[in-house]
Design a protein around this ligand. Structure first.
Ligand code: P6P
Length: 343
């Protein structure tokens, strides 16, 4: 069993896709995730549960969502860990309106790091798995101080992406463009150890993940697709399906990477104005990169997620990802509905 460090050095030797700076970046993010795992694992004992801010004014993030104390702590851990290494030009986070520059006291590098520091944090207070999601882009070499525009690159430009799921075990799943690989934290060693190389998502599945309570808000092709799954063996799909919904994207996606399935957060009449619920740059894009590297597919229901041209840093998109054949069926239903002119 090899460590994350040894794996990255092997990647550097075999593929050359991982240079010294990118290897340092990934190791620094992994180290930050270990610190977040410790904070999350303390639960009530760490005095870090509940909302951030004061009793009469809960702090709200740029998304307009109530911030948990652990959202703020996780964000700070990632910013501090990445400040001094000289590998980054700037960071961007779900928790911050604008990109965060590397302090002038430190050298700047050639990468941009985007992250959702603690995805699913509404589950923290009820002790359900949460996670950190990150995406790595190349910085614009011509600009000393990166600006928001430098971050607005399509998902196909990512050089690395990963997530850390804080569950019964803490696991890091990573891609640098040569497969998706899983590492489990050995708490005694303090190292992430390679426990699954080249994850593969089955092309077909009998398991779907969606928040069914939104059904009345869905577009027609979304209702058609899900109703056919619910019809089971008597319906057009001719087989029964099972449903899971953790309401923590990292946990749902990790299950799909491990045993297949389709994860869906569609656009609906509630989220039409914002373009969907999940964020493109630091949720959909990194997860789409990982899922495609594991042989799955990732679509907005109408186009490949990785080919969406970003317009805003906190842009939201619909997400269909997982077992390729199911993503393709759902996407085909949306195209058919669009061509027929009804939604
Ligand atoms: P809902 C968590 O807040 C999150 O961003 C994802 O992790 C998760 O998949 C989704 O929202 C859950 O949304 O509407 O079911 O609470």
């Amino acid at each position: 069993m090899i460590s994350l460090t040894q794996f990255l050095i092997e990647e550097q030797r075999t593929h050359g896709a991982v240079n010294a700076d990118l290897r340092l970046l990934i190791e620094v993010v992994a180290r930050a995730c270990k610190r977040i795992s410790i904070a999350v694992g303390k639960g009530a004992l760490g005095g870090v549960l509940g909302e951030a801010g004061t009793a009469d004014s809960i702090s709200v993030n740029v998304q307009g969502e109530a911030q948990k104390k652990l959202d703020v702590i996780s964000n700070e851990i990632l910013l501090e860990a990445n400040a001094w290494g000289g590998h980054l030009a700037a960071c961007a986070s779900e928790e911050m309106q604008d990109p965060h520059p590397i302090p002038d006291a430190y050298p700047k590098g050639n990468y941009l790091l985007l992250f959702d520091p603690l995805d699913g944090s509404s589950n923290i207070d009820v002790n359900i798995s949460v996670g950190t999601i990150f995406s790595v882009l190349r910085a614009n070499d011509d600009r000393a101080e990166p600006n928001t525009q430098d971050f607005l690159q399509p998902g196909t430009s990512q050089v690395a992406a990963g997530y850390c799921v804080y569950g019964p075990s803490t696991m890091l799943v990573l891609t640098t463009g040569h497969g998706a690989h899983a590492f489990t934290l050995d708490r005694e060693l303090g190292s992430f150890m390679l426990t699954a190389r080249n994850l593969r998502i089955p092309q077909d599945t009998r398991e779907f993940a969606i928040n069914m309570s939104n059904r009345r808000f869905w577009e027609a092709p979304m209702r058609r697709y899900i109703d056919e799954l619910l019809a089971g063996t008597e319906g057009p799909r001719g087989k029964d399906f099972n449903m899971r919904w953790v309401a923590s994207m990292v946990a749902d996606v990790h299950r799909i990477l491990t045993r297949g399935g389709i994860f869906i957060y569609p656009i609906d009449s509630k989220t039409r104005e914002q373009g969907g619920k999940l964020r493109l740059m630091y949720e959909a894009n990194p997860m789409a990169f990982i899922v495609e590297q594991a042989g799955g597919a990732a679509s907005t229901g109408r186009e490949r997620i990785l080919e969406v041209t970003p317009q805003k840093l906190h842009q939201r998109v619909p997400v269909f990802l997982g077992s390729k054949n199911e993503v393709e069926i759902a996407t085909q239903y949306h195209h058919a509905a669009d061509e027929a002119g009804f939604i």
